[in-house]
Design a protein around this ligand. Structure first.
Ligand code: BES
Ligand code: MN
Ligand code: ZN
Length: 505
């Protein structure tokens, strides 16, 4: 795992590190500690702020080098705007923006004075924990293969920061409040690392071993090898894998955190195509390297299961991921092939590049039959069409149950990981009817994301089910205050929150 700078908590009175960030709201009401600084430095801070016309506007900054008498080398005033207007996800974003500002200034240690209360009722310790969460997400880096740049001082990133000290009124309380967020941040990091890792290093076997690592946090992990998958007759998933020299794996992760061990679990299903060349319906070469990220759904499931286990979530949850590589070769499936899925439903393969749905269809049937879950949520980098519809800001949400849809939309609002509800409609079912088999894996020219969802729906019997198409958000996502990474780890925060708010209370 990438090592990020250490984040620790200290009392407000403690000596600040060489670089110190002080928050200021739009009334320029500096925190109490900042006023103390200012008296120590004979009002130099407020004077400098005035000279810089700094008024505490959100994300604006004013900087003092070697302010007199308070023994630090840099002081950064960081505007937060109107504290009362800030929601949970805004505090997280701010934490990320602050960490970004610190890294950009190259210092090995920094202090953040976080004694903020918000009139919305958020407690100072919650706000400090949210700021720390945002910083943890932002300070991620994936540089394990930059052996030269990484080791030279100038380029040591992010900014060479080793330690961030968060000063707050009650460090003990903040540490407790931060524990659950730290577990989630660790889950996001796991997901990002998996997505960023190149496919030569991370094949189905290696990915399954990463899932096995969850045993360290108390998750029960079962890995099905190719022979076991053949015995189970997952003919659709196996058809995708058959073109690769690297055999398929299915990893099943169980977290038994619920009060009753027999309570029905929530099931999360992930598409884990470690590389999607398209198969015989091969993709154009330009941009094909991005298809190392075609396992973003599976990465999210592993990250989520880690988060739930590390924070000891009071819930029973299953994660299941299908790990395959979609390659063209003499043994690859062909357009026109008809395969028999685990459910018995036959599928005519009209385009071997529409492979994700073949993998997910089998997993959905299997998890529904074996675990009788309360609900199923699948995550997949399933279609380019979802990006045509929604771009990279929103993931597509397809749901057969309005309550489940509302719960996911609510979690999206709280976390800022946005989803947009898309239609399931009988008209799309028609578009995947096949002349030669029960269904076909291709829907035609229009509504590609919707016909893909219709395909998955045909494998769900009678369980509330949601399909999240994260092709636009899981990889090559726009950089944000809390994500500097190509592999975004998208969905871990969303689903963790969904579980916490709706299934642990
Ligand atoms: N993995 C791709 C979808 C994808 C595209 C994800 C770009 C991320 C970025 C998926 O397997 C795929 O190839 N889908 C095809 C389906 C088509 C052949 C029906 C697509 O979207 O073009
Ligand atoms: Mn494909
Ligand atoms: Zn794919």
């Amino acid at each position: 795992m990438s090592d990020r700078p250490e984040i620790v908590f200290a009392p407000l009175g403690a000596d600040p590190e060489a670089m110190c960030v002080v928050l200021a709201d739009d009334d320029m009401a500096l925190g109490a500690r900042a006023k103390e600084f200012d008296s120590g430095s004979c009002g130099a801070i407020l004077k400098a702020a005035e000279a810089a016309q700094f008024k505490g506007k959100k994300k604006s900054t004013a900087e003092l080098l070697a302010p007199p008498r308070i023994g630090i080398s840099r002081l950064l005033l960081f505007g937060i705007g109107k504290a009362a207007d800030l929601k949970e996800s805004d505090w997280v974003m701010l934490g990320g923006a602050i960490a970004g500002a610190i890294s950009a200034r190259k210092t090995t240690t920094a202090s953040l004075i976080a004694d903020v209360t918000s009139t919305t009722g958020a407690k100072a310790e919650t706000i400090a924990a949210l700021l720390a969460f945002g910083a943890a997400l932002r300070l991620y880096e994936f540089r394990k293969y930059q052996t030269k740049k990484r080791n030279d001082e100038e380029n040591a990133a992010p900014g060479g920061l080793k330690k961030l000290v968060i000063h707050c009124a009650n460090p003990e309380k903040v540490r407790t409040a931060f524990a659950r967020y730290e577990a989630v941040a660790n889950g996001v990091v796991i997901a990002r690392d998996l997505v960023n890792e190149p496919a030569n290093v991370l094949g189905p076997i290696e990915f399954a071993e990463r899932a096995r690592d969850l045993e360290n946090v108390g998750v029960e992990v079962e890995i099905l090898d190719a022979e076991q998958i053949i015995d189970l007759k997952m003919g659709a998933l196996l058809a995708v894998a058959q073109g690769s020299v690297r055999p398929a794996r299915v990893a099943i992760m169980q977290w038994h955190g619920g009060k009753s061990k027999r309570a029905k679990p929530l099931a999360f299903v992930g598409k884990g195509v470690v590389f999607d060349a398209g198969g015989i319906s091969i993709k154009p070469s330009s941009g094909m390297e991005d298809m190392k990220g075609d396992m973003g759904g599976a990465a999210c499931v592993v990250g989520l299961m880690h988060a739930l286990a590390e924070r000891k979530a009071n819930v029973n949850a299953i994660g299941i991921i299908g790990l395959v590589e979609n390659m063209p070769s003499g043994s690859a499936m062909r357009p026109g092939d008809i395969v028999t899925s685990y459910s018995g439903q036959t599928v005519e393969v009209l385009n071997t590049d529409a492979e994700g749905r073949l993998v997910l269809g089998d997993l959905i049937s299997y998890v529904e039959e074996r675990f009788k879950p309360r609900l199923i949520i699948d995550l997949a980098t399933l279609t380019g069409a979802i990006m045509v519809a929604l771009g990279k800001e929103y993931a597509g949400l397809f749901v057969n149950d309005d309550k489940l849809a509302d719960d996911l939309l609510a979690a999206a609002l709280t976390t800022g990981e946005k989803v947009w509800r898309m239609p399931l409609d009988k008209a799309y079912d028609k578009m995947i009817e096949s002349k030669n088999a029960d269904i076909k894996n291709l829907g035609g020219r229009w509504a590609g994301a919707c016909t893909a969802a219709a395909f998955l729906k045909s494998f769900v019997k009678d369980t509330p089910w949601a399909h999240i198409d994260l092709a636009g958000t899981a990889m090559d996502a726009p950089k944000s205050d809390i994500s500097p990474s190509w592999g975004s780890g998208w969905g871990v925060r969303l689903l963790d929150r969904f579980v916490a708010d709706k299934y642990e209370k």
